[in-house]
Design a protein around this ligand. Structure first.
Ligand code: NAD
Ligand code: DAU
Length: 349
């Protein structure tokens, strides 16, 4: 009998990499990808594994209590890897309630369904979370698993809240849970509302590159496939009730990262050196913009033996090549609603 594992949000950016990894590497699992296909969910991301016998897609909303309870009750669910979320900080500033609904309410609905019908003796509930729950750093220091929570955006407040619920279900009901908090991911299939694919798309189309504030904010970037391998390690080897920080040890000021992207794309697009950089446009800052994130990943490295597999130069190049080679994917996701999102977010900024 295969073990039924639910992965929520498996049609999104990180979720699709996690689903692919588990479907390909664990034939003993039957993976059920539960995703409501919001603007960020895209079945094109999983075309290559569509027909696999140990994979199934279920279009469902995690905030639908009846649908979730029915699913858990009828399918003998071993474990859950929960990634479904509203994930974009800028959208959370204009629409906080959507984030409460999916990230908080949806997580508690899944916890209840797993507690009532899941295999709480042998399986586990894994919440995939973010380093943004710890708030912002100054020039020095790194987030540890013991750093107090201090979320600053509606997005990070909703993820912090869901982390708290997951931990509380462990303390109160002894639910077998594990949580990981990861830094910024980059890689293929990321929706171009996020910094790197947005900039690649704009450079390709000779559009302005909107840099928030002075571009001095710092992010730690991890290749998405390395986040997927960390999730694999935490799911299989992490200790119940524990949190693991995941990061790339790879900090960049936004402006330096954007200039690097311009330099690489000038070469790849046969443009004169310096052409793309001229597109850089400083715009009004994000409200409550966290200055710096950095992760101390010692715990996952020493306890679970995980470390990133690629250096940034290689991962970044692979990523840029993917967006250049997948014009159709990029054109599809930037048509329709993306146009009005972009106009609202950037035209009067
Ligand atoms: P994403 O926005 O690309 O994908 C989210 C997925 O969840 C989409 O497929 C969407 O359709 C689905 N979804 C949204 N609401 C749903 C609902 N109510 N019911 C069912 N499905 C729903 O997000 P991502 O960047 O892949 O992030 C995945 C997870 O990882 C999130 O929980 C996020 O907080 C976390 N995370 C992201 C990053 C990052 O850099 N992107 C870093 C650390 C942690
Ligand atoms: O740290 C993990 C988090 O990383 C995840 O939990 C979030 O889901 C994910 O979206 C990401 O959050 P950020 O806000 O850091 O990512 P974003 O790509 O939106 O922005 C990265 C940095 O670039 C940030 O400092 C804001 C800046 N930025 C972003 C956009 C979209 C710009 O200067 N211009 C832009 O147009």
């Amino acid at each position: 009998m295969k073990k039924n594992i639910i992965i929520t949000g498996g049609a999104g950016f990180i979720g699709s990499h996690v689903v692919r990894r588990l479907v390909n590497n664990y034939p003993e699992y039957h993976i059920i990808n539960v995703d409501s296909l919001t603007y960020a969910g895209n079945l094109e991301n999983l075309k290559d594994i569509e027909g696999k016998s140990n994979y199934e897609f279920l279009k469902a909303d995690i905030t639908d209590i009846i649908a979730m309870n029915t699913l858990f009750e009828s399918r003998n669910i071993h474990s859950v890897i929960h990634l479904a979320a509203e994930s974009h900080v800028d959208r959370s500033i204009t629409n906080p309630l959507d984030f409460v609904q999916t990230n908080v309410f949806g997580t508690v609905i899944l916890l209840n369904a797993f507690k009532a019908f899941g295999d709480v003796d042998n399986g586990r509930f894994y919440h995939v979370s973010t380093d943004e729950v710890y708030g912002a750093l100054g020039d020095d220091g790194k987030f540890l698993e013991t750093t107090p929570y201090s979320p600053n955006s509606p997005y990070s407040a909703s993820k912090a809240s869901s982390d708290h619920f997951v931990r509380a279900y462990h303390e109160t009901y002894q639910l077998p849970i594990v949580i990981s908090n990861c830094s910024n991911n980059y890689g293929s299939h990321q929706f171009p509302e996020k910094l790197i694919p947005l900039m690649i798309h704009n450079i390709k189309n000779n559009k302005p590159l909107p840099v928030y504030g002075k571009g001095e904010n710092v992010r730690d970037w991890l290749w998405v496939n390395d986040h997927a391998s960390a999730i694999d390690a935490v799911f299989h080897k992490g200790r119940n009730g524990e949190t693991y920080n995941i990061g790339g040890n790879n900090e960049w000021r936004n402006i330096d990262l954007i200039k690097k992207l311009c330099e690489i794309l000038d070469i790849k697009l046969n443009r004169e050196n310096g052409t793309s950089e001229k597109l850089i446009t400083y715009v009004n800052d994000r409200k409550g913009h966290d200055f710096r994130y950095a992760i101390d990943a010692t715990k996952i490295e020493s306890e679970l033996g995980w470390s990133p597999s690629v250096n940034f130069a290689d991962g970044f190049e692979k990523t840029i090549d993917w967006y250049l080679e997948n014009d159709e994917w990029l054109n599809n996701v930037t048509s329709g609603n993306y146009q009005s999102y972009y106009k609202d977010m950037y035209e009067v900024r």
